[in-house]
Design a protein around this ligand. Structure first.
Ligand SMILES: Nc1ncnc2c1ncn2[C@@H]1O[C@H](COP(=O)(O)OP(=O)(O)O)[C@@H](O)[C@H]1O
Ligand SMILES: [Mg+2]
Length: 582
């Protein structure tokens, strides 16, 4: 079965069927009523000429007013119908897109550039809206109003109609060809704009590095070059449109001249033709718009279809991580277990090899290892930010793939080395995801994370804004805030991925002892580069090239004289010569 390009769009349009049908009905009535104005004019002129009297003029004028007003009312109807429908569909599509993007796994964002996703969310959706609103409207209206107008013209005088239509034959191919060209140009202008916004985003994100390395000029140069490229592509479009519109005026002007010429000829022999002549002129003007409209809507259709297909790519993106059917902690089972766990990133080598471990509630497991040995990758598997290539991760005795993602993430708290904070208040950052932030809870966990005193010292306390317009936190404060956020959900399992790296040893020890007191049943998997931190754990493991190569207590590992032993010795040496280890 061929994949239908409008599969995601049609249900959205169907949901707006009321507005849509209102638009169509209003449009049809306008198309039928409109020709009566030129016709009424013709009859009035004929009458005046024949009877040499102005007596029924008020009557005719009234009919004219009636037609004009009802057309006005109906125009309101189809504008509301089509534009309203298009706006609502755009809204629905955008909401769906955003929900989809939020559900996609982190791996998706590694493969797709942010600028590209943003342009889909903004300009592609606008294109679809335009195609749906004005495009669909002209597409439905043009053939109908053309046919009706033509029928009236032919009834008035078919020969003069034919003559005056001759120049208009050139209109559709012109509109189509130029439309196609414009589309190509606007496409390349769009991708130039994407490029430009990508560069801008990257520059602003990396502004500190750019300035620190003194390469602002080079960056500005790159931006300027892309700006010029964007300008040139738009200029091509401007040049094309600059002769396109005059040409259309010339063609329609020729049609008018032709009508005038043959009409005048006829009037010379038949003075009663004046009324029809005036009506024909009005009809001709009504004909030019739909002819252009046909070409225009074909282009809108093609543009809209390209955008719809770009959007479909996102809508159809399989959530690589699927929600499990649901699971719960099985009493008595270890809190966390890994069984022969292996993992490779897409198209990459294996980074986790056959790892086994077990952690019971209240237990602290310390994980050490060189940068790049796979510690973070291992942690990601627990939260199902990735799924393993083989082997299993069990939480409370149930495979994490059995858990509902939302439930899983309620049980497991994660603090990363470089936490992400939102530009919201401190309270909202701690109570993240909670519709009704609990102030007392937030304070309680900020105390455990050793951040309460700092927050209480701020003029606005927990309501202080973070980010550009608010408080700027140090690296260690950010880590502590992220810890408070992870604790707020009272996790059964806490994953600390180098989460104390920006704090001094004393703060770290204070936090750990408070944590053990506040959440005695929570199991903790702690990644650290410092033996002082690792010593607070009851069991230790060392990861090397994706394998867990050393396991045991501090004493066990010291006896093995492996990586852990070396680490401890290096720290002792550093302390001896007076170097800070932190
Ligand atoms: N998103 C990714 N895609 C591909 N390879 C990755 C990705 N993230 C990490 N890696 C690779 O996986 C290995 C383990 O990295 P990581 O788990 O971050 O180690 P650690 O946390 O111990 O420093 C490294 O070789 C790294 O290059
Ligand atoms: Mg890491």
């Amino acid at each position: 079965m061929p994949v239908k390009p409008f599969r995601h769009l049609i249900p959205q349009i169907k949901a707006q069927w009321r507005l849509f049908s209102m638009g169509i009905v209003a449009l049809l009535i306008v198309d039928v009523v409109e020709p009566y104005y030129p016709l009424a004019l013709k009859h009035a002129i004929d009458f005046i000429k024949l009877k040499q009297s102005l007596s029924p003029i008020t009557q005719w004028a009234l009919i004219g007013v009636l037609i004009t007003v009802s057309i006005g009312v109906l125009q309101y109807g189809w504008r509301m119908g089509f534009s309203g429908m298009a706006r609502k569909v755009e809204y629905g599509m955008r909401r769906k897109l955003f929900e989809k993007l939020l559900s996609l796994p982190p791996a998706y964002y590694l493969k797709h550039r942010l600028g590209d996703l943003l342009s889909r969310a903004m300009s592609d959706l606008s294109t679809v809206r335009e195609a749906l609103g004005f495009g669909l409207l002209t597409f439905m209206d043009s053939p109908i109003s053309m046919a009706i107008t033509l029928a009236f013209m032919i009834r008035l005088d078919w020969r003069i109609t034919c003559y005056s239509l001759l120049p208009l034959i050139f209109l559709p191919p012109l509109v189509m060809t130029v439309g196609r060209k414009l589309r190509t140009y606007s496409f390349s202008a769009q991708s130039a704009l994407d490029q430009l916004s990508q560069t801008a985003t990257e520059s602003f994100r990396g502004i500190k590095v750019i300035q620190a390395y003194g390469v602002s000029k080079e960056e500005a140069g790159r931006f300027l070059l892309q700006s010029k490229d964007y300008r040139e592509k738009n200029m091509t479009m401007v040049r094309l449109e600059a002769w396109y519109w005059p040409l259309i005026s010339v063609i329609s002007g020729c049609a008018r001249v032709s009508l005038f010429y043959f009409g005048a000829e006829r009037m010379a022999v038949d003075s009663q033709f004046l009324g029809s002549f005036v009506a024909l002129n009005l009809f001709l003007d009504k004909l030019i718009l739909p002819i252009m409209g046909l070409g225009f809507s074909t282009n809108q259709y093609v543009r809209g279809k390209v955008s719809v297909e770009r959007l479909n790519e996102v809508y159809d993106q399989a959530a690589e991580i699927n929600d499990g059917p649901g699971a719960a902690i099985i009493p008595g089972a270890p809190l966390l277990e890994m069984q022969e766990l292996s993992f490779a990133y897409p198209a990459g080598p294996r980074v986790i090899h056959e790892c086994d471990l077990s952690l019971v509630k209240g237990d602290w497991l310390g994980l050490a290892g060189r940068t790049g040995s796979g510690k973070t990758s291992l942690i990601r598997l627990i939260l199902r930010l990735d799924d393993p290539s083989s082997g299993r991760v069990l939480l409370g005795g149930a495979d994490v793939r059995q858990w509902e993602l939302s439930a899983l993430r309620r049980e497991v708290g994660l603090v990363m080395q470089e936490p992400f904070l939102f530009s919201e208040t401190i309270l909202e950052n701690i109570a993240f995801g909670d519709a009704e932030p609990d102030r007392a809870e937030a304070k309680r966990w900020a105390e455990v994370a050793d951040l309460h005193d700092f927050i209480a010292g701020l003029p606005e306390g927990y309501d202080s804004m973070l980010g550009e317009k608010g408080v700027n936190l140090s690296g260690g404060q950010k880590q502590r805030l992220a810890l408070a956020r992870a604790l707020y959900i009272k996790p059964r399992l806490l994953l600390l991925d180098d989460a104390f790296s920006a704090m001094d040893t004393a703060t770290e020890e204070r936090i750990v002892s408070r944590l053990k007191e506040a959440l005695p049943d929570t199991g903790v998997l702690l990644v650290s580069h410092r033996s002082s931190t690792l010593r607070l754990c009851s069991q230790l493991m060392v990861m090397e090239k994706g394998s867990l190569v050393e396991k045991g207590s501090h004493e066990d590992l010291m006896q093995r004289e492996g990586f852990y032993f070396e680490m401890v010795r290096r720290e002792q040496l550093a302390r001896k010569v007076g170097l800070a280890v932190d």
